[in-house]
Design a protein around this ligand. Structure first.
Ligand SMILES: CC(C)(COP(=O)(O)OP(=O)(O)OC[C@H]1O[C@@H](n2cnc3c(N)ncnc32)[C@H](O)[C@@H]1OP(=O)(O)O)[C@@H](O)C(=O)NCCC(=O)NCCS
Length: 148
């Protein structure tokens, strides 16, 4: 039985984190295949992070990369399919937005089709956002970038 978000275990600690479980979470969500070494680096460098467990099992995660004043970038938000639609994703984003309070801007980019999930928190599309992805062609194919 999936429990209410408030009844789950919420932690920001990397010490108790099973990195292979985090990797599996992203694969199953699905949010892609993320290398464990890369996950260690990016989570260690992220000022804010949340890991959600249900009876010890990792069911959701998310992080925000913050410079401590100007900008906080929310990313890697994912919930296991078995727990999606129960309010956990919303609570993860709400916590990262609250953690980021005081920054001049909080930014993110959604998986195409998930924009409305973020609108409910007040996020609006950025008119001039641009990016260089390691694999530009793949980012264009996935719908993250608009070709020139
Ligand atoms: C997107 C995701 C994080 C949402 O988390 P979730 O726990 O399933 O969503 P919640 O149950 O917290 O949804 C809360 C609210 O958002 C809405 N919502 C959820 N997904 C939505 C979507 N794709 N579009 C619009 N609204 C959405 C729900 O209807 C609900 O609204 P309500 O509070 O008015 O009832 C989750 O489905 C997921 O991990 N998906 C796969 C990975 C992914 O795409 N991550 C996002 C990267 S941008």
């Amino acid at each position: 039985m999936v429990r209410h978000p408030a009844a789950l275990d919420w932690s920001s600690s990397l010490e108790t984190l099973d990195w292979s479980e985090l990797q599996s979470l992203y694969r199953l969500a699905p949010l892609g295949n993320k290398d464990q070494a890369l996950l260690r680096t990016v989570f260690a460098n992220s000022r804010f992070k949340w890991f959600v467990r249900d009876a010890g099992k990792l069911v959701a995660a998310g992080r925000a990369l913050s410079d401590g004043g100007d900008c906080s970038y929310i990313c890697d938000v994912a919930v296991l399919p078995s727990h999606q639609g129960t309010g956990i994703g919303k609570e993860v984003v709400a916590r990262l937005v609250a953690d980021s309070h005081g920054h001049k801007k909080i930014i993110l980019y959604a998986v195409p089709g998930k924009e409305d999930f973020y609108r409910q928190f007040g996020f609006l599309p950025m008119r001039t956002a641009m990016a260089i992805f390691e694999d530009q062609e793949a980012a264009i194919r996935r719908g993250h970038l608009a070709p020139d």
